[in-house]
Design a protein around this ligand. Structure first.
Ligand code: A2P
Length: 344
């Protein structure tokens, strides 16, 4: 199996390479792609040094799988070309997520949707990804009417340059140096909270990140009627998104039942003994693949509402780990194009 990783020098792409190594992904060859400025750079990949290549018609031939995390524009241009050349693309950008003929898949939630792929599979937005893993067992047991969400999103979700921006600002503040002006975010991110994650599409008072939570949640859960109200914030945390989620169920569900459902669900770890200081923390989620859920409690203002605190590593389950899981499922279930060709 030949695997391309497009955006391999970035925050998510490099995590994809690491997750493939950790999980023993059965690749015969892994080829990293990035922008022209990185061509020729060597990437450490276990026992191997991989050389970064640039995207061209010749270079993209002969792949079985292409994992993409190089932004929407690169996915828009190159994902169809990889698919045309015979690969199945797992795309981490938002470019193809809402297309009708592109499945939007979370490994533990709707793996059946992979069956319908036509060459491109979309990996959901990080905030949506971790939330739907925790919501799926609740939906199956009690139905969901409405969600009210506040996210606290880490800077690595924006990419490597944002990580550097937080670092440089924090260092300058602590050293009482001149503050470097913000480039990636509209305001200082160090020691601050920005009530804006993403950008405001023309005419919208919600950010694109908030709209993704609405639209992607409905598509993945195959529940177009769920009401979703979201506020996405950016916080000075390097890794892991935290989310306060108020869930209004259709049928009654107690916090104890909810805890039991979540404990039994794959990919979830319940950390919920708040009196002992046990609840999910961003720094504990970083480097782990599970979605951590805690602070599970009745909303005192509504008998069919529960409050949850959901935390996960945005680079891993929120992006790279799910992409690699989808690649494993595609391979394991004979859904790669080369598998089709062999069968034919
Ligand atoms: P490069 O490192 O050469 O800029 P992040 O999300 O951390 O910002 O990373 C984005 C990734 O997408 C990087 O690997 C980056 O490569 C890659 N990338 C950006 N623009 C292009 C492009 N036009 N073609 C291929 N890869 C790109």
């Amino acid at each position: 199996m030949r695997v391309a990783v497009v955006g391999a020098t970035g925050a998510v792409g490099s995590t994809m390479l690491g997750v493939m190594r950790e999980r023993g992904f059965p690749a015969d060859e892994v080829v990293p792609f990035a922008s022209e400025r990185s061509v020729g750079r060597k990437i450490d990949h276990g026992d191997l040094d991989l050389e970064v290549r640039g995207l061209s018609e010749e270079a993209i031939a002969g792949f079985d799988i292409a994992l993409f995390s190089a932004g929407g524009a690169t996915s828009g241009e190159w994902a169809p070309r990889f698919a045309e050349a015979g690969a199945v693309v797992v795309d981490n950008s938002s470019r193809w997520r809402m297309s009708d003929d592109v499945p939007l898949v979370v490994a533990e939630v709707n793996p059946h949707a992979l069956d319908d792929h036509r060459g491109i599979v979309a990996n959901p937005n990080c905030s949506t990804m971790q939330m739907v893993v925790a919501l799926k067992p609740i939906l199956d047991q009690a139905g969901i009417e409405r969600l009210v969400i506040t996210t606290l999103q880490s800077v690595s979700g924006t990419g490597q340059r944002a990580v550097e921006e937080l670092h440089d600002q924090a260092q300058a503040l602590l050293a009482a140096d001149d503050m470097p002006p913000p480039h990636v975010y509209p305001h200082q991110i160090a020691f601050n909270v920005l009530p804006q994650a993403g950008s405001f599409p023309e005419g919208s008072d919600s950010t694109d990140e908030e709209l993704k939570l609405v639209n992607e949640t409905r598509k993945i859960l195959e529940a177009p009627d769920i009401g979703v109200s979201a506020t996405c914030t950016r916080v000075p945390v390097y890794t892991s998104h935290s989310e306060s989620v108020n869930v209004q169920t259709r049928e009654p569900l107690s916090p104890a039942e909810c805890r039991e459902l979540l404990t039994a669900f794959p990919g979830v770890a319940v950390l919920d003994d708040p009196a002992q200081g046990v609840y999910p923390l961003a720094i504990d989620a970083a480097g782990r693949d599970e979605v951590l859920v805690g602070r599970i409690r009745r909303d005192p203002s509504h008998e069919r509402c529960l409050n949850l605190w959901i935390v996960s590593d945005n680079l891993r389950k929120g992006a790279a780990t799910n992409a690699v899981q989808l690649a494993e499922l595609l391979h394991g279930r004979g859904l790669l194009r080369s598998g089709e060709r062999r069968a034919a």
